[in-house]
Design a protein around this ligand. Structure first.
Ligand code: NAD
Length: 434
């Protein structure tokens, strides 16, 4: 069975590499020639632990190849995965133009019966439209079945998640097509949940919306904890020990970002509006998150007064550790706000700096080393809890700063740890350490 994957972003590339690792023959297709050029040379265009080595291994084994040609990429395919982006459109809904273009490309280029698998996160009803578009563009009399197979990988541990995910959801109206996708995934040994196409589409949005809700909930508890003198880390621990609640996604901080939660919550609110349903809860989750992104700046203003001319080191720029993805990272909102207030920013990220340079406001300076960022800074902000940053921020601040003060948006340290250093420390949902 020959598999083609349309889109070689975080999802498409990881899917292609991992499917080839378990023995399938995979061709990955992308319209971006620079990406395909890099990939063909064995260089991963994205930072994802373990991905590069696995990619090269399977290219060398002759199971994995890359192309920009729709003809070459699709003509021999028995199964085609759609893994193109579905970014947020200006109206808040998912922009489906890439998915629809991929569907047209499939219709025009396949030469046999195929099962088309939608990995991209798409609103309810999209898979039916995908099937219509493919069928309308078919050049031969081929049978096309469409399966919804939403992706649950986490950037930063995407390869691990492909092999050890909690479940594989296969949404199909045709049992034979579902069986084909189940068979392809058998080597991963992950439990499979078979559903209707609509349920599969909903599972993905509902899962992301629920996780975003957990984060905004604990952030509201954090804001309240500060007012009553409670410690949100202790509160979250106590809540998380209740098996009904669970401890994951209960870490207070400066909110969620990334390529999924912001756009998927927004898309679900738009889907609801189109169905004349007011998803009040989710709208609040989004609003809380927007406000949460700048709480550290507010704390800094409260503590230091004007930030005009202050040199502020931003440690960590990616939306989370172990990724170079800057999409909707909290660092963007923080940097914009600080620039507005006249601060001078020196930013550091061990991996995402190159992407950040394209996204952060003009005038932000970049440090090649964490030491360079902290040296001569008036204030340190921790925005992403990369291991290197957690290990070094306290000690470097105490060594290099005149009046060491850290505003920590990821609650990296306990009071006990901070007290070993001569550093003033302000975090989220806990009392400052002075
Ligand atoms: P991405 O932006 O990193 O990659 C998309 C790729 O598709 C790009 O390389 C682009 O050039 C390519 N592309 C666009 N149109 C194409 C076409 N017609 N033919 C060939 N290639 C085309 O996106 P991503 O982060 O991998 O996300 C893909 C989908 O998966 C989205 O719907 C997203 O919501 C979903 N998803 C993402 C994650 C994640 O963590 N990134 C997790 C789960 C689900």
């Amino acid at each position: 069975m020959k598999i083609s994957i349309i889109g070689t972003g975080y999802v498409g590339l990881v899917t292609g590499v991992c499917l080839s690792e378990v023995g399938h023959h995979v061709t990955c297709l992308d319209i971006n020639p620079e990406k395909v050029d890099m990939l063909s040379k064995g260089i991963s265009p994205i930072y994802e632990p373990g991905l590069g080595d696995l990619m090269v291994k399977n290219m060398e084994a002759g199971r994995l190849s890359f192309t920009t040609s729709h003809i070459l990429g699709l003509k021999e395919a028995d199964v085609v995965y759609i893994a193109v982006g579905t970014p947020q459109g200006s109206d808040g809904a998912a922009n489906l133009s890439y998915v629809y273009q991929a569907a047209r490309d499939i219709g025009r280029n396949i030469t046999r019966d195929v099962v088309v698998v939608t990995k991209s996160t798409v609103p309810l009803g999209t898979n039916h439209k995908v099937k219509q578009l493919i069928t309308a563009n078919l050049e031969g009399n081929h049978c096309v079945q469409v399966v919804s197979n939403p992706e649950f990988l986490r950037e930063g541990s995407a390869v691990y998640d492909a092999f050890y995910g909690d479940r594989i959801v296969i949404g199909a109206d045709c049992p034979e097509a579902a069986a084909v996708i189940e068979e392809i995934n058998k080597p991963f040994g992950i439990p499979v949940l078979k559903t209707s196409i609509s349920s599969a589409e909903m599972i993905k949005y509902a899962s992301n919306a629920f996780l975003a809700t957990k984060i905004s909930f604990i952030n509201e508890i954090a804001n309240l904890s500060e007012k009553v003198g409670a410690d949100v880390a202790e509160v979250a621990k106590g809540m998380g020990q209740d098996a009904r609640i669970g401890s994951q996604f209960l870490k207070a901080g400066i909110g969620y970002g990334g390529s999924c939660f912001p756009k998927d919550t927004s898309a679900l609110v738009r889907i609801s509006e189109e169905l004349n349903h007011d998803f009040h809860l989710l709208r609040s989750v989004m609003e809380i998150n927007e406000n949460q992104k700048t709480v550290l700046v507010e704390k800094a203003v409260e503590r230091l007064g004007s930030l005009e001319g202050k040199r502020i080191a931003l440690l960590g720029l990616a939306f989370k550790p172990e990724t170079d993805d800057m999409r909707e990272a909290a660092s963007i909102a923080v940097a914009e706000k600080l620039m507005e207030l006249g601060a001078e920013i020196i930013a550091y990220d061990p991996v995402a700096a190159e992407n950040a340079q394209r996204i952060l406001p003009e005038g932000v300076l970049f440090a090649a080393q964490i030491e360079e960022a902290v040296k001569d800074a008036d204030v340190v902000f921790i925005l992403t809890d990369w291991k290197e940053i957690v290990e070094k921020a306290l000690i470097l601040s105490s060594l290099f700063m005149k009046n060491p003060i850290i505003f920590d948006g990821r609650n990296c340290y306990t009071e006990k740890e901070v007290k070993k250093y001569n550093v003033e420390y302000v975090s989220v949902g806990r009392m400052p350490v002075i």
